[in-house]
Design a protein around this ligand. Structure first.
Ligand code: ZN
Length: 505
């Protein structure tokens, strides 16, 4: 191992230690911090972020990466751990250093003002109020894209932003996968609309938060989330923070009149947590090899446990008696079939964050088409509401009544987060495609889930997805594991196969 490589890894370990302290402070802020500490905490986090940024972008790091790249021995096998680390260190360094400091500051300043205006505009359902600020944020996003650059032959500005969250992925490729998904899913949702919706009254049973918490911990532990190296706490906006080796924090929130919100929220974050715990952080802390591959793959892990496992008949076959015991006396008369049907509804609605497993993807299509067009300069910001409503009608079949329930509902664009939405849908697609392969390789998976045995599934994910860290691109990993490039077919097959019989269509 060369000296430059060792110095590079050591520097990265040091700034990752600082980052994990920042994550701990942020977790505390979202869970237990007294309200009075808010302004001190903001100062602490910004001081820490500045130190981390200085270290990540120091010219010395650039020199070390260049020295490694020139080392023929170190780089001789491009998929070796060392060469993969160097390639990914280069990617991170370029992303961190390509934006001029003034642009980063302008984005932060304008973004926080814009977010305030967005809040007011959403409350008043007044797009005109937000329009000049969205204009500014789109302009900043376009300038960022220009700094990052994109493939001038076969690419577009939007690719540069998408690449930040889903390395190497291009908008054209997203379009290739999303187009058939959007068309056929819209048809399926319309068809379900003419069927019989399942009775969901069982989900309205009041259950105290304490009992829900106990059940959440019980489920997490059985899925394979290691609670001796993790926690589950309560927050307003649930998240998972894999802050360090042996320390993965999950959060959830409880609604006493809808226990499945917390259950599926906990299983979702638990899926992220099992991924974080499966990364080789002890061996590769601070190196790309000890880190997650992309947001899409991260989301595939949460969606798989939440939807493929958690919304299956097999899951409820195992879980119902335990739910009846822990949540007693609620659910005492419930049947597996009743719960299975109640948690698998699909109907078009206006708000993305409240959407079900199937229609959620259509909400993402709407956002992808619009943010791609405004980033590439193909759509004027002033035309966003009209195009939003048309696109929404095309996919979800509904007439948007006002901008509050239309293009103003999400916070993301207000602070310039563009290129991020597709990762939510990619997560569902990767999860569905992996799920078919896992079924082929663990033929008894259904039987195992019915008896609460999740070990083989977790070990498959550990061995095939988690332990590689960032060694491969998400698309390569997908082809390697499933033998095919990512496609809409597995997700469509699974949604249709499950929902059509439930709705009797
Ligand atoms: Zn997630």
């Amino acid at each position: 191992m060369t000296k430059a490589y060792e110095e590079l890894c050591e520097a990265a370990r040091q700034w990752h230690h600082l980052e994990s302290v920042a994550h701990l402070a942020s977790w505390d802020q979202e869970t237990y911090m007294p309200a009075g500490a808010a302004s001190a905490r903001a100062e602490q986090m910004s001081a820490l972020a500045a130190i981390v940024h200085d270290r990540q972008t120091s010219p010395r790091i650039g020199e070390l990466i260049a020295a490694c790249e020139e080392d023929a021995d170190l780089m001789s096998d491009p998929s070796s751990p060392q060469a993969s680390n160097v390639r990914e260190f280069r990617r991170d360094y370029d992303l961190e250093t390509k934006l001029p400091k003034e642009l980063v500051e302008e984005a932060a300043r304008t973004g926080s003002q814009s977010q305030q205006v967005w809040k007011e505009a959403r409350e008043k359902s007044d797009f005109a109020l937000f329009e000049p600020w969205l204009e500014k944020m789109v302009d900043i996003a376009r300038r960022k894209a220009a700094c990052y650059g994109w493939d001038s032959v076969d690419g577009e500005a939007y690719d540069a932003l998408l690449n930040v969250y889903e390395p190497g992925l291009k908008a054209k490729e997203v379009e290739r996968i999303f187009t058939p998904l959007g068309e056929r899913l819209a048809e399926l949702v319309a068809r379900l609309g003419s069927g019989t919706a399942p009775d969901t009254s069982i989900l309205g049973t009041e259950i105290p938060a304490g009992a829900q918490h106990e059940f959440g911990l019980f489920v997490l532990e059985h899925l394979g989330f290691d609670l001796s190296s993790g926690r589950l706490d309560t927050t307003t906006h649930p998240f998972c923070s894999g802050m360090a080796s042996g320390d993965t924090r999950l959060t959830t929130r409880y609604r006493e009149e809808r226990f499945t919100d917390a259950l599926y929220g906990t299983m979702h974050e638990g899926g992220h947590g099992i991924y974080e715990q499966g990364l080789l952080k002890a061996e590769h802390f601070g190196e790309p090899l000890g880190n997650s591959i992309s947001l899409g793959i991260h989301e595939s892990q949460s969606r798989m446990w939440e939807n493929a496992v958690g919304r299956s008949r097999e899951f409820w076959t195992w879980a119902l008696p335990h739910a009846q015991r822990i949540l007693a006396p609620a659910l005492s008369g419930a049947t597996v079939d009743e719960l299975y049907r109640a948690v698998n509804t699909a109907s078009a609605s206006f708000i993305r964050v409240e959407a079900d497993e199937a229609t959620y993807n259509l909400h993402i299509m709407v956002r992808f088409e619009i943010e791609r067009a405004i980033t590439n300069g193909d759509l004027a910001v002033a035309d966003v509401p009209v195009v939003w409503n048309d696109t929404f009608k095309k996919y979800l079949g509904l007439d948007v009544p006002d901008d509050r329930r239309g293009c103003l509902q999400d916070v993301h664009w207000s602070f310039g987060l563009m290129g991020y939405f597709p990762t939510y849908c990619l997560g569902n697609l990767y999860a569905a495609q992996l799920w078919e392969t896992i079924h082929e390789q663990i033929p008894d998976l259904s039987g195992q889930i019915s008896s609460g045995e999740f070990g083989a599934l977790k070990e498959w994910l550990n061995a095939n997805v988690h332990r590689h860290g960032r060694r491969y691109r998400a698309s390569e990993l997908c082809e390697m594991l499933t033998g095919r490039s990512l496609s809409a077919e597995p997700l469509l097959r699974q949604l249709e196969g499950k929902l059509a019989p439930i709705y009797e269509v």
